[in-house]
Design a protein around this ligand. Sequence first.
Ligand SMILES: Nc1ncnc2c1ncn2[C@@H]1O[C@H](COP(=O)(O)OP(=O)(O)O)[C@@H](O)[C@H]1O
Ligand SMILES: O=C(CO)[C@@H](O)[C@H](O)COP(=O)(O)O
Length: 558
Amino acid sequence: MSPAESTNPLFLGLDLSTQQLKAVILNNDSKVVYEAAVHFDRDLPHHATVNGAIKGPEEGEVTSPVKMWVEALDLLFQKLQDGQVDFGAIVAISGAGQQHGSVYWSNEATSLLASLDATKTLSEQLVPKAFTYPKAPIWQDSSTTADCKRLEDEYGGAQSLADRTGSRAYERFTGNQISRIRRLWPSVYENTARISLVSSFIPSLFLGRIAPVEISDASGMNLMDVLTGRWDDKLLEICGGPTLRSKLGPEPSVGGTTLGKISDWWSKKWGLNLDCIVAPFTGDNPATVVSLSAPGDALLSLGTSTTFLLSVSPSDTPPKRFTTSHLLAHPTDFRGKIVMLCYKNGALAREHVKDKYANGHWHNFNELVEETPPGCNGHMGFYFPLPEIIPPNVVGEYFFTTNLVKTTVKPPLPVESVPASIHPRAILESQFLSIKSRVAHILPENSPHLHRLVLSGGGSANHIFRQMAADIFDMDVYVSSTKEGASSGGSLLAKYAWWKKFNPEGSFEDMTGGQVMGLTCVAHPSKETAGIYDGLIDAYDACEEQVVKIWASNSKLG
Ligand SMILES: Nc1ncnc2c1ncn2[C@@H]1O[C@H](COP(=O)(O)OP(=O)(O)O)[C@@H](O)[C@H]1O
Ligand SMILES: O=C(CO)[C@@H](O)[C@H](O)COP(=O)(O)O
């Protein structure tokens, strides 16, 4: 029986995120039947990554080894086989990738991918020959400030760029990463035949040929017109010169389509059915929107990054004014859009506080949060071990007392004057207040009232984080039965592409019935505490303004 006729089809969704490669397998009732993960630092320690990444050697540079990702896919399939997954029942594969990261293919890549030998692993055959650059710049990179400035200047300013692409120039956005590689290592650029995003890299391995970039993830490049979903010639020229179009391949692929069937290597090596289809993978954040939210929901992803996401109604208009937010094309609805805020100092900054002030245990961290009253007895703390995205590029730790902040611009407090026990609550408060203070500005006009907040990612398992989110955003908080929103989204995208073969006119919502599977309400806001946090927004804004000023003046001095 071919997979298309299978009565018990399985859908494989992958997520190549910052710290892990994860897999979720759904059955036809959209129930999770299997989950597995390869953790980069733990399972592949010979790559010497810290939290999945390598910093430097150049200032601001953050990359991941491409070989590690290929080895992770080899190992993940070994784990799935060890878990007795029925590979022959998988009818469709899709997934997600951390956004913005890029992979540089050599001229040999096409023939290597097309002639894989089933007696060898992917890694043995592809690395290093299929790549011109052994590392992939990832979303934590902040080495492209000069390239961002040039792009905005040559495109007519930050607002013009945001009108066209949905975002002003950001260091991690792929067009600026490409621009830097071309500027610093012209021969690497010249010898690169194709460039993939993380989300188009993985399906290329399944297809045995290089996959197109996907429309929603392409919104994180500063290269695509976010309304038409097509590459913008002027942007391609500024970032990569006349050859960039051919390096990017065709126009971005749209949701619900099929890229093709798996290459025969997957059948010979692992016993997958040759009729198994591969659907476009998307960014990890858009994939999480697909799996965990319906219109009117807000989504807070507490993965390595902290992201806040809203799926907004179909719109033909560009963002009115650029803020620190991004507008992304939607992975299943050509006219739909996603609004996103993204913070680099999410989980890793919280872990830093846990290790320094709570003996390295979430249990102790949580106890300290509970012992400290909302508002931290008049203290506010900002924790940016990595150069932040919001506010742009700021690094360091900053502490304030909040009672006088509106009237007096006081120097920040030294860390020694802050009681050590308040840091766990202080970091959660400032991270969440930063989002709260921006929500009203990023909501499109006439948006429906946000009625629930869905949490995902590693941090969503923590009951204290859940309650803090409920209190600060003043919304009921929900979590899914799986915290792996992105890989679940990937498996739903796989199912959608397969379902479309029988329902060519059907929408994603027709397939799901507009329902988000498996959500449970885990926290209700305390009205009294929510009131305290409402009252702290102005203080938060004033403190953040000071942080930016102090950082700017220190950077000038430095
Ligand atoms: N109980 C917990 N409380 C708070 N944070 C947690 C907890 N468990 C895991 N995390 C955080 O989750 C992060 C990983 O989240 P995950 O969604 O797997 O990341 P990514 O998808 O970016 O690789 C870890 O860095 C850790 O800080
Ligand atoms: O840069 C962004 C979004 O713009 C990040 O959100 C990355 O997509 C990484 O995601 P996680 O690994 O933290 O889920």
